[in-house]
Design a protein around this ligand. Structure first.
Ligand code: BDR
Ligand code: CA
Length: 311
């Protein structure tokens, strides 16, 4: 079976870290590089976090640091209330020996896609700044990208404002560039990620696997679920980002609908909203496969078998 090539662009982040764990050792996937963006924390911290995760799990994949601020707005928005001061509070990491690669993440994306046989999927689990910058810097990459699978947006409520989800509002202009790129898009929004609630019994189930990945998963999720309860009042935190990787491993984990989807970059209250025309009110051309249902049991099975790949 031919492996699915991908670049994972992320802002670790507890759920991003689980996505890295799942993408790195799956026999169906070929993770070419991890590119990092500012999001859950500053770019310095998210880069260190990606390196810590790869070192902890002995993952042999290069890490490239990218953009530290959104394309247009001056200041990044961070999510320290959910992910803590480091952006990855919870686990105890050994002193960091790994180093990031010297090439900028945007240049890595451009070079890798340009050199490819048009068979690379880009997965984004943070703000879309790196990918949008790459598309603007070298538009020739756009037709060569196989598909973009992203965690972001919502056709219902947001999680930063009533309208907007974090990854989109953190760089709405970048999301606008990607949404208008005319490449195949798969949106893994809050509508499905809020179905993947990591209850204590899930943490117990994963911990039983008793390997490095299981212990990382447990320490990450214990912290993440605590802050999710403080901020949103939920017993189990939604494991947003890993659903993108689960979808690549087994697309039947999601049900999607091909509709027109736009990003609001002009609104005030609705700035950063993803308007997904699920009922085709506007009769505009579809551009995005919007997820609306998660097979929850299948998802947790994929997470568990990913953990078992580290035994
Ligand atoms: C998204 O925001 C971040 O805090 C998470 O890592 C996820 O990518 C959910 O809105
Ligand atoms: Ca993320």
């Amino acid at each position: 079976m031919e492996k699915q090539k991908l670049i994972l662009d992320c802002d670790p982040g507890h759920d991003d870290a689980v996505a890295i764990m799942m993408a790195a050792k799956n026999p169906a996937l070929d993770l070419l590089g991890i590119t990092v963006v500012a999001g859950n924390q500053t770019i310095e911290k998210t880069t260190i976090n990606a390196l810590n995760v790869t070192q902890y799990l002995n993952i042999d994949v290069p890490v490239y640091s990218g953009c530290g601020q959104p394309m247009v707005r001056e200041r990044p928005i961070i999510a320290a209330d959910i992910h803590g001061k480091t952006g990855l509070d919870g686990p105890n990491f050994k002193p960091l020996e790994r180093k990031k690669c010297s090439r900028h993440a945007v240049n890595f994306i451009i070079d890798t896609v340009m050199d490819s046989d048009d068979d690379i999927t880009i997965v984004t689990t943070g703000p879309m700044t790196n990918l949008a910058m790459a598309m603007r810097m070298q538009p020739l990459i756009i037709p060569k990208i196989k598909q973009v699978v992203f965690m972001g947006g919502s056709y219902q409520n947001g999680n930063v404002t009533p309208a907007a989800e974090f990854n989109i509002i953190a760089d709405a202009e970048a999301a606008y560039v990607v949404f208008t790129s005319k490449r195949p898009l798969v949106m893994v929004g809050l509508d499905v990620t809020r179905q993947a609630l990591c209850y204590p019994k899930i943490i117990e189930r994963m911990a039983k696997n008793d390997n490095e990945a299981a212990s990382l998963f447990s320490s990450l999720m214990e912290f993440f679920c605590k802050t999710q309860k403080e901020v949103f009042g939920w017993e189990g935190g939604p494991l947003h980002d890993p659903i993108t990787i689960a979808y690549l491993i087994d697309p039947t984990v999601l049900k999607t609908k091909y509709v027109n989807a736009t990003v609001d970059i002009k609104g005030v209250e609705s700035y950063g909203r993803t308007n997904c025309d699920m009922f085709n009110y506007n009769h505009w051309e579809p551009n995005c496969n919007v997820s609306y249902e998660l097979d929850i049991e299948k998802f947790w099975n994929i997470v568990e078998s990913s953990i078992q790949q580290y035994s």
